[in-house]
Design a protein around this ligand. Structure first.
Ligand SMILES: C[S@@+](CC[C@H](N)C(=O)[O-])C[C@H]1O[C@@H](n2cnc3c(N)ncnc32)[C@H](O)[C@@H]1O
Length: 437
């Protein structure tokens, strides 16, 4: 027997929660706990652990566990860090911030309606439905049935929103991890907003791949379809001055003794902040391009690339900026993408030639809808992620900057990301290790 938070699936879909959800520490479909006082994406929320499992177990709206054993699958266990992660998404502020990000939400809405011919009359899965907004867009686009899955307690609210909009016959809210819930039919479309800071932070893409491998029909559609992570060297004297040079003269007092500590405090970890196109010293390098239809979870564990830049100007070089874009396009619809799903960007990720970096511009921007978090694009809540050096390097015009970057899922907490950066310029070489937590 299958049950959902919407109290049934009158349209005929079958769904529920596997026993694994219970074994992984869930008292019910979700991972309850007190909502955290965080407004931003779970960068800060994941730092605090919550073990409080109360709140949802007695709620009649939450899904019930299925009574058969899932013997074949071995979903990744739900750790304390995952519980804290899902708790951070139980707070309304984080959803408000995302929904108010017009660049993000409008692009998803437009992409869903642009693919209406592939959604109308079809079965959709929304991986990480949050408030249910994308599921509702899909229902409005004519989906026959939408499975809206979220492990956070926000799923309970999503279910209320679905009911209030008279969509309970179409949208079935499942309160649990996609790794654990059961859906007894294949889906035509997967929609998900999974991108973290620096694209891969938060490690939610693995859950989308799991969902794809469990339920997506051959030839099905994933929105977004492609994602690309970029990096570029930046100069940001104002930022350096405001955090470091500030200590040279504080109310007439020489506090420069603070400067080493100030550098450590300001620049030890990656920093999420907004820069402008003017801060960027040259064309970006593609760190990783993924096709969501073919990507494997193993590919995400370590992402590594070598880069070569040539500074376009003489400037103090303060660090590297990272940003991403995602593209909503179906290879079977876009002729130019053929069946082997060519990426929207021309060059290969490991192409290190500086001249060819210049060709890493969108081949044809009209092909698919793109949500970009680049410095020159409209601002988003993701901003850009900066990895600053402790001391700037003075670079001349045309000076070469080369090295490598490796992004690895943290062993301590798979939601965290280790960043290993090696770079050299002007005959000097450096290594910077940091953790995005
Ligand atoms: C970035 S939010 C997006 C929310 C909503 N789709 C939107 O666009 O506003 C990601 C959501 O995915 C949920 N989530 C992340 N990983 C999940 C998983 N493995 N199973 C179920 N839900 C997950 C989180 O709890 C969170 O609510």
């Amino acid at each position: 027997m299958f049950q959902s938070t919407s109290g049934g699936n009158g349209s005929g879909g079958g769904a529920g929660l596997g026993d694994s959800a219970f074994h992984n520490g869930f008292l019910h479909g979700g991972v309850s706990g007190g909502a955290q006082l965080t407004r931003s994406r779970p960068r800060r929320g994941t730092r605090r652990r919550q073990h409080d499992q109360g709140g949802g177990a007695s709620d009649p709206r939450v899904s019930q566990l299925r009574d058969h054993q899932d013997t074949e699958r071995h979903p990744r266990p739900c750790t304390d860090f995952d519980v804290a992660y899902f708790n951070s998404y139980a707070h309304l502020g984080i959803h408000e911030e995302m929904i108010k990000d017009r660049a993000r939400t409008d692009t998803y809405k437009n992409a869903i309606f642009q693919h209406q011919d592939q959604i109308a009359g079809k079965v959709v899965l929304d991986v990480g439905c949050g408030t249910g907004i994308l599921s509702i867009f899909c229902a409005q686009a004519g989906a026959k049935r939408v499975y809206a899955v979220d492990a956070s307690d926000i799923a309970v609210q999503a279910n209320e929103v679905i009911k209030a909009n008279n969509l309970s016959d179409t949208v079935i809210v499942l309160h649990g991890r996609v790794e654990d819930v059961e859906i007894d039919e294949k889906v035509d479309v997967i929609v998900s907003e999974w991108m973290g800071y620096m694209l891969l932070y938060e490690s939610m893409l693995g859950s989308v791949i799991t969902a794809r491998d469990r339920w997506l029909k051959p030839g099905g559609l994933i929105l977004p379809s492609y994602a690309t992570l970029y990096m570029a060297p930046v100069s940001y004297p104002e930022r350096y001055s405001e955090s470091i040079d500030f200590w040279r003269n504080v109310y007439g007092i020489d506090m420069s003794a603070m400067m080493p500590l100030a550098k450590q405090c300001a620049f030890e970890e990656p920093s999420v902040e907004m820069i402008s196109g003017e801060n960027v010293l040259t064309w970006p390098h593609v760190v990783k391009h993924v096709d969501c239809l073919t990507l494997t979870i193993e590919e995400l564990q370590t992402v590594s690339t070598r880069f070569t830049f040539k500074s376009m100007m003489r400037a103090p070089f303060h660090g590297f900026a990272f940003w991403f874009d995602v593209e909503f396009g179906n290879p079977s619809v876009n002729n130019s993408k053929s069946n082997n799903a060519q990426p929207a960007l021309v060059a290969a990720p490991d192409d290190t030639a500086t001249e060819t970096n210049k060709s890493k511009k969108r081949a044809n921007p009209s092909e698919g809808l793109v949500l970009s978090t680049a410095p020159e694009a409209p601002p988003t809540h993701w901003q850009q992620t900066l990895i600053y050096f402790y001391d700037p390097i003075e670079v001349e015009q045309d000076q070469v900057i080369e090295g490598s970057v490796t992004l690895t899922q943290s062993m301590e907490n798979a939601r965290f990301m280790n960043v290993h950066l090696e770079y050299s310029s002007g005959g000097r070489s450096f290594v910077k290790e940091s953790v995005m937590r």
